[in-house]
Design a protein around this ligand. Structure first.
Ligand SMILES: [Zn+2]
Length: 157
């Protein structure tokens, strides 16, 4: 339907519906918004963590104190700190899961943001379960390799 000014009538008059917006969204776009939300939660959590001295000054991880082994998250905090000060390689050595997540997040969220802004030729990345499996794989490999190295180093003493 056209109005006198020649514009599409039913297109302009449609009121915004949160329900339709939410349920009409593709899975990939939902993951985009979820990613944005997670980043906000993470940044808020990090800000709180850095400002509570007894929490950030806790020193060695509890798991390592008890078992003598690294936990899967050991090195994560240092990796985030290194990344925030621009040391990508250092961050990768401390905990490769951290830069992996950040790079994936930047590429994924960036591609969707560009699509939302109608940048020609850019399509939001498709979400694949494989991205999560790669992440879990990195987490496990890092954990196993670090503990093997710990044994090797301890064996040398
Ligand atoms: Zn730990």
């Amino acid at each position: 339907m056209k109005n006198p000014s020649g514009q599409d009538n039913d297109h302009n008059k449609k009121p915004f519906s949160l329900r339709e917006w939410l349920f009409g969204m593709s899975v990939d776009r939902k993951v985009f918004w979820l990613g944005l939300l997670l980043a906000i939660v993470f940044i808020a959590g990090w800000a709180v963590y850095c400002n509570i001295p007894w929490l950030s000054g806790m020193g060695e991880c509890r798991f390592k104190q008890v078992t003598g082994l690294y936990c899967p998250g050991c090195g994560g905090t240092r990796a985030v700190r290194a990344l925030l000060s621009g040391h990508i390689i250092k961050s990768f050595i401390y905990h490769p899961f951290v830069p992996y997540c950040v790079i994936m997040w930047l590429v994924y969220e960036g591609s969707h943001l560009l699509e939302i802004l109608h940048v020609p030729g850019v399509k939001g990345m498709k979400f694949r379960e494989a991205y999560a499996y790669v992440g879990i794989g990195i987490l496990l490999c890092n954990w196993i390799i670090k503990n093997i190295m710990l044994f090797v180093i301890n064996g040398l003493h």
